[in-house]
Design a protein around this ligand. Structure first.
Ligand code: ATP
Length: 364
C-alpha cells in the first residue's frame, strides 16, 4: 500500500542559488513525515523533486527503493495535493473523486463503488451526489484528498493543504488528515511552515533552514532537545541568554552570562563552537529561588485563559518568561515588583546558535 522515500545527498541550484543543499532523509513506508521551515527554506522545492516536476542538480531520490532518475511525474507512485484544490465545479462529488479513474477507462459503476469507499475513508459517506458548491472548505479539502487517493498512490505529497482554511477548521483537519493517513497506511509527506501543525500530526519532522536540514526527529525530541538555536526558536518559544560556556559539572555545562552563571544541558557541538546561547522554554521557568535563578523586574502578566505568563526583565535588560497553567499559577507577582525566576538545569539547554540575533525572547 505504501512505499518509503529516500533522499540521498539531494541538492538543487537555480543559477548560482542553492535552494536545497545536500539533503539526505529516509522517509519510511507508511510514515507521516513533515518538512517544516520558514518561507523560502526549500520545502516546496523538495516536494516538486519527489513528485518529478523538478530534477535534482545532484543526489538521488528513490521511491520504494527504485531510483526516480528520468521518471516523469505521471509515472511516479505519488499524488500531490496543494492549498488550491482545483475541484471541478460542474461535476458532482463522486465524479470529482474518480476523475482519474475515468481517464484510465474504468466504467461508471465501478467508479461509483470506489467513490463510496473513498467517501467513507474521508468521513463524508453521504456526499457523493452533492455539488462542489455545497461543500465547506474543509469538506472540499477532504474531497481533494479522496480524489488523490483514488488513483492509489504509494506516497501522498501535501503542500500546505490547510493554509487556506480558518484556524478552527485547520485544527479539526489536522486530526482528520492524520486519521485518513492511518486508515489508508499511505506514506504522507507534508510541507508546512506551521510548527504546531507539524508537531501535532507527524511521526517525524525535518526542520529546514536556507535549503539545509537542521534536525530530523520525532516531534517530542525536536521540541524537548532541539539541535541548535534555529530549531529551538522556530519550534516554540524561549527565554534566551547570551554568554559563554566556562566549565563542566557532572554532565552539565556551566554558562556565564551578565546575569549570573547557570547550569544547563550542553547541546550538540557546543564544546567546539563559536556562538552559543542558553535556551529555556517558558513552561520550564518558575517563580522563586532554585539552583538556577536570577532576579528580574516584573513588567507584564498576560492572562490567556488556560495559560498565564509572567514576564520580567533582568538587571541587564534580558526578557524572561515564566508560564503556568491557570490552575497551577498560585499567587501572581505585582507589576513593577522584583521577583526571582528560576529553571531546572535539566530543562535548560546551551545550543549552538549562529544566527545574528542579540538577546531576545520570542513570542511575547
Ligand atoms: P514557501 O513556504 O514560501 O513556499 P518554501 O520553503 O516552500 O517556501 P521553495 O518554494 O522551495 O520555498 O523555494 C526555495 C527557494 O528557491 C526560494 O528562495 C525560491 O525563491 C527559490 N526558487 C524556487 N523555485 C525557483 C525557480 N524555479 N527559479 C529560481 N528560484 C527558485
Amino acid at each position: 500500500m505504501s512505499e518509503g522515500v529516500d533522499l540521498s545527498a539531494v541538492s538543487i541550484e537555480f543559477g548560482s542559488f542553492k535552494a536545497v543543499d545536500n539533503v539526505s532523509v529516509d522517509v519510511r513506508p507508511g510514515e507521516f513525515f513533515s518538512f517544516l521551515g520558514p518561507s523560502g527554506c526549500g520545502k516546496t522545492t523538495i516536494l516538486r523533486m519527489v513528485s518529478g516536476f523538478l530534477s535534482p542538480s545532484s543526489g538521488d531520490i528513490r521511491i520504494g527503493g527504485k531510483s526516480m532518475k528520468g521518471i516523469g511525474p505521471n509515472r511516479r507512485p505519488t499524488a500531490l495535493i496543494f492549498q488550491n484544490l482545483a475541484l471541478f465545479p460542474l461535476m458532482p462529488v463522486w465524479e470529482n473523486i474518480t476523475f482519474g479513474l475515468r481517464v484510465r477507462g474504468i466504467g461508471r459503476s465501478e467508479r461509483r463503488k470506489r467513490a463510496e469507499e473513498l467517501l467513507r475513508v474521508v468521513d463524508l459517506p453521504d456526499a457523493g451526489d452533492k455539488a462542489i458548491g455545497q461543500l465547506s472548505g474543509g469538506q472540499k479539502q477532504r474531497i481533494a484528498i479522496a480524489r488523490a487517493l483514488a488513483v492509489e498512490p504509494k506516497v501522498m505529497l501535501l503542500d500546505e493543504p490547510l493554509s487556506a482554511l480558518d484556524l478552527k477548521l485547520r485544527q479539526h483537519m489536522r486530526a482528520e488528515l492524520r486519521a485518513i493517513q492511518e486508515r489508508t497506511g499511505v506514506t504522507f509527506i507534508y510541507i508546512t511552515h506551521d510548527q504546531s501543525e507539524a508537531l501535532a500530526m507527524s511521526d517525524r519532522v525535518a526542520v529546514m533552514s536556507r535549503g539545509k536540514l537542521q534536525q530530523v526527529d520525532t516531534p517530542q525530541v525536536i521540541y524537548n532537545t532541539p539541535a541548535n538555536g534555529f530549531v529551538a526558536s522556530f519550534v516554540g518559544e524561549n527565554t534566551i541568554l547570551n554568554g559563554a560556556v566556562d566549565g563542566e559539572e557532572g554532565g552539565f555545562a556551566s554558562f556565564r552570562t551578565p546575569d549570573g552563571r547557570f547550569k544547563a544541558r550542553p547541546g550538540p557541538g557546543v564544546r567546539n563552537s563559536g556562538t552559543t546561547r542558553l535556551f529555556v522554554r517558558p513552561e520550564n521557568v518558575r517563580l522563586g529561588s532554585a539552583e538556577n535563578s536570577l532576579e528580574a523586574t516584573v513588567t507584564k502578566v498576560v492572562f490567556e485563559g488556560n495559560l498565564i505568563s509572567v514576564i520580567g526583565t533582568t538587571r541587564n535588560g534580558v526578557p524572561i518568561v515564566a508560564q503556568f497553567t491557570n490552575g497551577a499559577a498560585g499567587e501572581l507577582p505585582q507589576i513593577g515588583s522584583t521577583a526571582r525566576f528560576s529553571f531546572d538545569p535539566e530543562r535548560a539547554q546551551i545550543l549552538v546558535d549562529d544566527r545574528p540575533t542579540g538577546v531576545r525572547t520570542e513570542g511575547f
